[in-house]
Design a protein around this ligand. Structure first.
Ligand SMILES: [Zn+2]
Length: 463
């Protein structure tokens, strides 16, 4: 049996080094959707290539049509029955937004004492550089104590997750053989609370739409024509206001056609989660409208939603401008559940909008692709092994959760590779992900790395 106590000690003893390495990675502004950051993306990929090589993996950088993928594998040549575990993470980050809103520098992380917690701030601190660092650190510690990896290992680190993973489907197809594995761990997900681990087994689908409504005329003087000419903002607002009824139901015809009911057993499982506190900590829900007949968790994880993400048009300036705008634009996101497909729901939405455009006005839609919802099996030996490993580390059972979020590659991995996918991460919704002052803490980094060691042990003991 492998010596796991020594591996766990090794992680504890190496924690300061692990943190300073992670700080090097966070210091690289690898923002994937700002073209000027391409050299930083390349620098982050090269940095990871070096680190994965120093852990003992054979690493390479694979160019794609977009940003490169870092692919690393163990080539131990151990017995064939050895399992192959794949780890996925992403090294790209979101833009920082308004720098004025950051209390801490986004790319100069340092440890800040916050009571008992040692926290660090930076873009990517939580999403997702610390996440990928948990499994790299676990692999390093295991190899240095035991002389070999716990199984055959593949690591895939993507550089375009934050801009929708456009190159990933082609990468997965082209590298099917390199990626073949028994189980793929997708490490980019939330815990239930700071002390309670979770495994995500249900993910929503997602697509976006941009809708622009134009009047027959460009901007007009609202005094001259306000009483008579069409106002696209007024038309758009009425359309958007008509999407929901006052019970929180979506009124778009056909929207719920393919939606599968939440199975009773799952409703019960989620209901039992209400005994664990934590999920809504730090978020005020008053003023929200939960769809009638569903609990908050059921609405978040098991019911489709439409969200209006932004509206623009007309006078946005600091002063008054009495204008009848020529156009009005809205952006929306649609979160889908089991049974729904993005293109079909998109078509119903477009028909709904078109039916409400007055004569003389016109509408242009923009929006392509999207991801389908994913429901992962809860009856997987790898899932049970992972749950046991997590519980051993955190001292609390790993809860099986859903998410309103989408991770499109989960579907691609399970379809193309035919592997079990296990979605585990050590993020919290209070980490200010995608927001100013994104942060993470040293203890979760330590326990995250230790969790993987315990999971490796459980997997080695699987029959
Ligand atoms: Zn993200």
């Amino acid at each position: 049996m492998p010596d796991i106590e020594n591996v766990l000690h090794n992680i504890d003893d190496n924690l300061n080094m692990a943190v300073s390495k992670l700080f090097e990675l966070i210091s690289i502004p690898s923002i994937s959707n700002e073209p000027s950051r391409e050299p930083d993306i390349a620098q982050a990929a090269n940095w990871l290539l070096r680190e994965l090589s120093s852990v003992g993996l054979v690493a390479e950088i694979i160019q794609t049509k977009g940003h490169p993928v870092v692919l690393a594998q163990s080539l131990s040549g151990l017995e064939e029955k050895q399992k192959r575990l794949l780890f996925y993470g992403h090294y790209d980050v979101q833009p920082i937004g308004d720098p004025e809103q950051w209390t801490y520098a986004p790319f100069k992380p340092e440890l800040i004492e916050d009571g008992d917690i040692k926290r660090f701030y930076g873009r990517g601190a939580s999403d997702s550089k610390s996440q990928l660092w948990t499994f790299i650190e676990a692999l390093r510690a295991w190899k240095s104590v035991n002389g070999e990896f716990p199984a055959e290992i593949t690591v895939v680190l993507e550089g375009e997750e934050e801009c929708g993973s456009p190159s990933l489907p082609e990468f997965i197809q082209q590298h099917r053989e390199d990626l073949a594995c028994d189980v793929a761990f997708i490490c980019d997900a939330e815990m239930w609370s700071p002390t309670q681990p979770a495994i995500t087994t249900q993910l929503k689908g997602l697509f976006h739409e941009r809708v622009m409504i134009s009047a027959p005329n460009p901007d007009l003087h609202s005094g001259h024509y306000g009483a008579v000419a069409a106002n696209p903002i007024r038309i758009l607002s009425a359309i958007l206001a008509g999407i929901h009824d006052d019970r929180g139901r979506v009124k778009i015809k056909g929207f719920y056609d393919d939606v599968r009911d939440i199975p009773d057993a799952l409703r019960k499982q989620w209901h039992e989660l209400s005994r664990y506190s934590g999920l809504f900590d730090g978020v005020e829900l008053s003023g929200g409208v939960i769809e009638e007949g569903y609990s908050a968790l059921e609405a978040m994880w098991g019911r489709p939603t439409v969200d209006i993400n932004g509206i623009t048009g007309g006078n946005q300036g600091p002063g008054e401008r009495s204008v009848l705008p020529g156009t009005a634009t809205a952006r929306l996101s649609f979160r889908l559940v089991s049974g729904q497909e993005p293109e079909k729901v998109r078509a119903s939405f477009r028909r709904y909008v078109e039916s409400l455009i007055p004569d003389g006005c016109s509408v242009v839609f923009e929006g392509i692709s999207g991801s389908s919802p994913v429901v992962l099996s809860q009856d997987s030996a790898f899932l049970r092994a992972s749950a046991q490993g997590l519980e051993a580390e955190w001292g609390q059972p790993a809860v099986l959760i859903g998410t309103g979020g989408a991770i499109p590659l989960v579907q691609q991995f399970s379809e193309v590779l035919g592997a079990d996918c296990i979605v585990i991460g050590f993020i919290l919704s209070t980490d200010a992900i995608h927001a100013p002052d994104e942060n993470y803490d040293m203890e979760r980094l330590r326990k995250g790395a230790r969790s993987w060691v315990r999971i490796f042990k459980e997997i080695q003991q699987m029959q």
